[in-house]
Design a protein around this ligand. Sequence first.
Ligand code: SF4
Length: 206
Amino acid sequence: MTIAYSIGKNLYLNITNRCPNDCVFCIRQNGEGIGDTQLWLKTEPDVDQILQSVGDPTGYEEIVFCGYGEPITRLDAIVAVAKALRPFGIPIRLDTSGLADLIHGRDVWPDLAGLLDAVSISLNAHNAAEYDKLCRSKWGEDAFRAMLDFTNRAKDYVPKVILTVVDYPGVNLEACRNIADGMGVSFRIRRYEAPPSACSKAAAQD
Ligand code: SF4
């Protein structure tokens, strides 16, 4: 099973399959990996397995907690791995749906203080109804507000906060950009490819 894999000069960490969403554009709709890289995990790796899979991180430009599911479901593992990697001085990013508050029932940002250099959060839509149509979260439309609240608080803990959308048909990109601008965070559009489809978080390895 693939836990750590590199694309370009970045190293991506795949630590769980679990995700509370079922996005229409998710690569998981199309298979169990990206290209030849099998990402569906038979079991979730523990912290030692993740660090073993990373090996010597020297030389990577960025280490990214990413797919194949929602990494923040494994908050404790992220904290432990990021703490172990911090001394290497390599930027660490979290790619997330931004639903940590709902997943864990509390504000998790204090746990992550000082451990991340960037967080990329999937905005995906400009309002709760559109978000629900695209992301089909187990929390329905409530997920949209939770994601925005999580994003607002991220600014207190992470130097670089990015909201992302996939240019999926029907997504109001300009309205999404206005939300990011209004929140004072970066905005990024990720390309939709069908098939295989692109994911605004779990598979957009860039
Ligand atoms: S796109 Fe990301 S948030 Fe959506 S179902 Fe896939 S892994 Fe989960």
